[in-house]
Ligand binder design. Structure first.
Ligand code: AMP
Length: 405
């Protein structure tokens, strides 16, 4: 009987999954992959097979209140009906915050759940949605091992100076420091750089993960040495609905002078700021690009996004001591030709030169000349979850089998 594992990536309104063989020779051979989107509203489930062909599609009405729990139960039932003689061996989860507790994947038990719950205030937009499927699986499939794979752990290689806030010791000792996020995405990019450009894999690289959540990471020899997000996923560049870096004084002003409660201020900074807040129109780059020619607020939001990305690339280049390459990834990075052009064209001082034709054709290499190179590399967080899960299964769940192999 073939053993299969599920890699789950749960967001606030989506649940992505990939189902793969636990010990396939080709790590990219996926048995099934799919997505639940618009959870809590008019939800939709789509699933594809090994060959990329769509196998199933189901939609629900707004009134069905189809949320994460129903989605996971639907997935388990769908898998039961379609798995043939395959047996489910483990489930791996993307967990945004591992805090100071974990610098690598871990098998989930009561203690792990308690630790991860204690980090919810640091990632209120993500951690509860990441943990919900964990609880559902424990209730419904208590014998299936679950593995937590963290967005923070890739940044464990950063030097102390990059993670320290200038705060008194008694505050720092409570875990108030920079952690960084999108680590599964950065780990994937670092792992495939060698295939694109072996010298770059050993060089000084900035990766721009530009999706609804967005951050940048400085890689030196494929290891994270600095990143734009900090204690929470609010810091860094403006995002779809999140503010990015902000003077802490602005938060006190909003609370004291504008009368916002701390909770209201936090909610605003997570859900009503960023591209949505500045444009007053949308958090979706596609909508903003379409509106920008005639809507100054949409243009203002895009300009701020681009400006902040360029400034952060300057800062990360300083941390690296130079720049050999820039990688674009995630929804906006992979798809928005204009964002890539506006970012790269503002970085001529680094020697970066855009190859406009290649940028329009989606690369992968989108630069020319002898300066630093620029690339588009689609990310694959689920593959990293799968890799980490395979490693944990081999090390911890089947140590005897691993020793024999
Ligand atoms: P992600 O969180 O990585 O799925 O990225 C989501 C964001 O990518 C969306 O909010 C859009 O703004 C952006 N996006 C997706 N497709 C495109 C596209 N074709 N052009 C511009 N932006 C896009």
């Amino acid at each position: 009987m073939t053993k299969v594992c599920i890699a789950l990536n749960a967001g606030s309104s989506s649940l992505k999954f990939q189902i793969f063989e636990a010990d396939a020779a080709n790590e990219r051979s996926i048995v099934f992959r799919g997505l639940f989107e618009r959870l809590g509203g008019p939800a939709r489930f789509t699933v594809k097979g090994e060959d990329g062909k769509q196998l199933d599609e189901t939609s629900w009405q707004d009134s069905d209140s189809f949320g994460h729990e129903k989605a996971l139960l639907h997935l388990i039932a769908w898998l039961q009906a379609h798995k043939g003689d395959r047996e489910l061996a483990a489930i791996g989860h993307r967990i945004v915050h591992g805090g100071a507790f974990y610098d690598g994947p871990v098998i989930i038990d009561d203690n792990v759940i308690a630790n991860l719950e204690s980090l919810t205030p640091l990632a209120p937009l993500h951690q509860p949605y990441n943990l919900e499927p964990v609880r559902i699986v424990r209730k419904r499939l208590p014998k299936i091992p679950q593995i937590a794979c963290f967005d923070t752990s890739f940044h464990a290689t950063q030097p102390e100076v990059a993670t320290t806030f200038a705060l008194p010791r008694e505050i720092r000792e409570r875990g108030v420091r920079r952690y960084g996020f999108h680590g599964l995405s950065y780990e994937y990019i670092a792992s495939v750089l060698q295939e694109h450009d072996p010298a770059l894999a050993r060089g000084r690289v900035v990766v721009a993960h530009l999706g609804s959540g967005a951050s940048l990471c400085a890689l030196d020899h494929g290891r994270s040495i600095a990143t734009t997000m900090g204690l929470s996923a609010l810091d860094g560049i403006p995002m779809g609905t999140r503010c990015g870096s902000i003077d802490p004084g602005a938060v006190f002003f909003m609370i004291r002078e504008l009368g916002l409660s701390a909770d209201a201020a936090e909610k605003m900074l997570y859900t009503k700021a960023g591209l949505l807040g500045v444009s007053g129109l949308s958090n979706d780059m596609r909508v903003l690009r379409e509106a920008a020619p005639t809507n100054p607020d949409a243009r203002r939001a895009i300009d701020l996004f681009i400006y902040r990305i360029r400034r952060e690339i300057g800062s990360l280049t300083a941390a690296l001591g130079g720049l050999d390459g820039l990688i674009f990834t995630a929804g906006i990075g992979e798809n928005d030709v204009a964002t890539r052009a506006e970012v790269v064209n503002g970085l001529a001082w680094t020697g970066l030169q855009l190859d406009e034709g290649a940028n329009t054709r989606r690369g992968p290499k989108i630069s020319r000349g002898s300066g630093p190179s620029a690339w588009i590399i689609p990310t694959n967080e689920e593959l990293v979850i799968a890799r980490q899960m395979r490693r944990v299964i081999a090390d911890k769940l089947q140590p005897a089998a691993a020793a024999r192999a």
